[in-house]
Design a protein around this ligand. Sequence first.
Ligand SMILES: Nc1ncnc2c1ncn2[C@@H]1O[C@H](COP(=O)(O)OP(=O)(O)O)[C@@H](O)[C@H]1O
Ligand SMILES: [Mg+2]
Length: 261
Amino acid sequence: MPLVRLSNVGKVYRSLTGDDYTAVQDFNLDIEQGEFICLLGTSGCGKTTILNMVAGFEHATNGVIEIAGRAIDGPGADRGVVFQGDDSLYGWLSAIGNIEFGLKMRGVPKAVRRVQAKRYLEMVGLTGQEHKHPTELSGGMKQRIQIARVLANEPQMLLMDEPFAALDAHTRAAMQSELLRIWRATSKTVLFITHDIDEAIILATKIGVMHAGPASKLKSVIDVTLTAAERDRTHDRFVSTYREVHTIMRDEVAIAMQRTH
Ligand SMILES: Nc1ncnc2c1ncn2[C@@H]1O[C@H](COP(=O)(O)OP(=O)(O)O)[C@@H](O)[C@H]1O
Ligand SMILES: [Mg+2]
């Protein structure tokens, strides 16, 4: 049994003033335990809609989404969400305070949660920065804190919605390596949203390419079999994988551009 199964999932956004909008339709995907799945698609194709439904923030209007065989009907501690922006951190709490927050809410005693929070702070490479507040941290550091905060709650699964999109290219590359290291160390299941082909090939064990919207569904699923050493933009196998994914994406980009320009 897959960890997550999306069966014929659809999402219609109801409008009070204009026409209803079908963002996603007949979307099918199985996510196996320990997999790193990247959902790749053009802007507005419905990636966030899918992630929000798996997170339980939005209800599917059609179909079923199951986790470990149970239908999802709301957010749960089994799924940790890392958002695109860094403004989801609590500005009045220090780095360590942010990481501890979920543990505190669950009633974990102070001494215990401090030890756990420090472990995750170390895992994301921020030992020594624990007393800084979000305004004193760079964008990359804030995303590390978000990841540590989510990991501290020990979810089965990480849901990440373009978490590195706002970072500069070098920080972004560093964060991708960091995330892969954490994924290997923790063997979490990851659903990662991106519109960037390179990012998907660097990270994923499997890439799901979405059609341009409306009524988007999966166009193609590609198994990425590259070794760690081959996940380098200059490697021949990386380039040939890029070419394969780019060919699948090309028409969808053209459709999306026509709709928005
Ligand atoms: N709350 C909403 N109400 C109406 N339409 C929405 C809402 N959220 C998203 N949409 C529309 O659904 C489509 C998919 O959005 P989204 O899932 O955010 O795309 P992506 O994350 O791939 O850029 C877009 O056309 C968007 O405008
Ligand atoms: Mg989005």
